[in-house]
Ligand binder design. Structure first.
Ligand SMILES: *Cc1c(COP(=O)(O)O)cnc(C)c1O
Length: 402
């Protein structure tokens, strides 16, 4: 909830993206602070019982309780909505809170949901395990295969969920084609845009209805706090998401919202520098001895390179590759790294490496992993903002070990 300020809102909407990132959503208190204020407040006081009554009835503007809304959280929501070109936004405590709230706001027992198969592990758990517990039928398809979408979508399908690029294989899904197919059967499309970041891809331009983020990743980008966001139309946010959100409590902490607001100010600069380093690392790895495959949407060898170039402003900050020799070789490689650290986080200024088969995707059966294209020799690097020569040197020395 952003306090009404129409002049300010009209000015903000004319700004270009970088200006929106630095200034969008800023609402100064009477003290005139330069930086956005941190309203570390759980509740609010009313000047009279009539004011309290009017706010609870929704007849007067103003905050009630920070589970419902908070001024610092509202600044973050407004800034992200401006960047994304969305009507409205709700901040959430984590990316998973955003995914879960968005889906739960859409479905009821008896509904049907179609999802891409290559998903972040916890997103896969929600679609495969949690939704069916509440009587929602779900089907997975290979995201890039439009025939599978056509076959799975049926009249009355309530929601489509997808991630592009996907984790960790960096598959690209044709957003416009899938949104068009989904809309012909009346389904709403929820896009998890974490890997693309809000600066590289705007799913609403291709017809998406709802966009979700883990702000923990590139939006913070400095390994400090968890957060997330759901973006969509005013009707969806107010009438469907808000009743679920208010009463179940996935609210974003004002402190984390403040950190994330400051993260947004440098987001496009950081993402551009991450992408530049990631291109160099992908080129460096491709064709090297002992590496069977490099997956990076910016490489001409990527199966959906042309689609990635059309749909995204740049190819992203993650590079995945496959080492000859399976898990033993992958573990030996990870242990030989001296600069790049082992962590499942991503989008951080520090370069981080993970072995998806034994971490983010270890809960799946070997067959499910194979279905997602995740092999035991697969390694995912979140390319950081160090000098790229130091990243290359570390990879080269670790590849030479053993
Ligand atoms: C990390 C991640 C999430 C979950 O976000 P949290 O902030 O960790 O809850 C969801 N989707 C994708 C693609 C992610 O990378």
């Amino acid at each position: 909830m952003v306090t009404k300020n129409s002049d300010q809102e009209r000015r903000e909407e004319k700004w270009r993206p970088q200006t929106r990132l630095v200034r969008g959503g800023t609402r100064r208190s009477s003290f005139g602070e330069t930086s956005e204020a941190l309203f570390l407040a759980s509740g609010y006081v009313y000047d009279s019982p009539e004011t309290a009554e009017a706010r609870f009835k929704g007849e007067a503007e103003g905050y009630i309780y920070s589970r419902y809304g908070n001024p610092t959280v509202a600044m973050f929501e407004r800034r992200l909505a401006l960047l994304e070109g969305a009507d409205d936004c709700r901040g959430t405590a984590s990316g998973m809170a955003a995914v879960f709230a968005a889906l739960m706001a859409l479905v009821r027992a008896g509904d049907y949901v179609v999802s891409s198969r290559a998903l972040f592990g916890s997103c896969q758990f929600i679609v495969a395990e949690i939704l069916p517990r509440f009587g929602v039928e779900t089907t997975f398809v290979d995201g890039p295969d439009l025939d599978q979408w056509r076959a799975a979508l049926r009249p009355g399908t309530k929601a489509v969920f997808l991630e592009s690029p996907s984790n960790p294989t960096l598959e690209i899904i044709d957003l416009k084609a899938v949104c068009d197919l989904a809309h012909t059967v009346g389904a709403r499309v929820v896009v998890d845009n974490v890997f693309a970041t809000p600066v590289l891809q705007h799913p609403f331009d291709f017809g998406a209805d709802i966009v979700v983020y883990s702000a923990t990743k590139h939006i913070d980008g400095q390994g400090r706090c968890l957060g997330g966001a759901v973006l969509g139309s005013k009707e969806f946010i107010n009438e469907e998401l808000t009743p679920f959100y208010r009463h179940t409590g996935p609210s974003l902490s004002p402190f984390n919202a403040w950190v994330l607001l400051k993260g947004l100010e440098t987001l496009d600069l950081r993402v551009a520098a991450h992408c530049s380093n990631a291109h160099i690392i992908a080129d460096f790895l491709e064709g090297r001895n002992g590496i069977t495959r490099v997956l990076y949407p910016g490489l001409p060898s990527h199966p959906q390179h042309a689609l990635a170039s059309a749909q995204m402003k740049d190819a992203g900050t993650l590079v995945t590759f496959e080492l000859e020799g399976g898990k033993d070789r992958a573990f030996q490689f990870l242990k030989s790294l001296k600069l790049i650290e082992i962590s499942n986080n991503l989008g951080d200024t520090k370069s981080l490496v993970t072995h998806p088969a034994t971490t983010t995707h270890q809960r799946l059966t070997p067959e499910e992993r194979a279905g997602m294209g995740i092999s035991d020799g697969m390694v995912r690097i979140s390319v950081g903002l160090e000098d790229v020569e130091d990243i290359k040197e570390d990879l080269a020395q670790a590849l030479a070990c053993g």
